[in-house]
Ligand binder design. Sequence first.
Ligand SMILES: [Zn+2]
Length: 125
Amino acid sequence: MKKCEYCAKEISYHEMYCDEDCQRKANAYYDLKEKFSKLFMIVNGICVLSIGIFIFAFSFFPELGLYGASGALIILGLMYFFLPFPPEIMINKYKIEKSLKICRIIAIVLFVIGVELLTTAIIVY
Ligand SMILES: [Zn+2]
């Protein structure tokens, strides 16, 4: 069975979306992605790279490592929440609506870990 590109409900073969609402939401998602995907890729690259560097730095400069990693995690969490752009492979599998949900859950988890680390850094240093 073919599925709605947005909500993954079953639809007939000549359709792409189950109703206008899903089509409108899908278009809104693609518009947002078109506008911000460059910014997303740049911030994503910088954050992921700096988390790696800060984790490495942790053994030599624990304070810098902890503050840096928590900052990068918080920025990443906020971005994944407000600009959730799941990878294409995920959208193919789960369709847009569910992929956005998964992306936002990951965002919240990253944000919470970031805040926890920051709190730890503040208490310890
Ligand atoms: Zn739908």
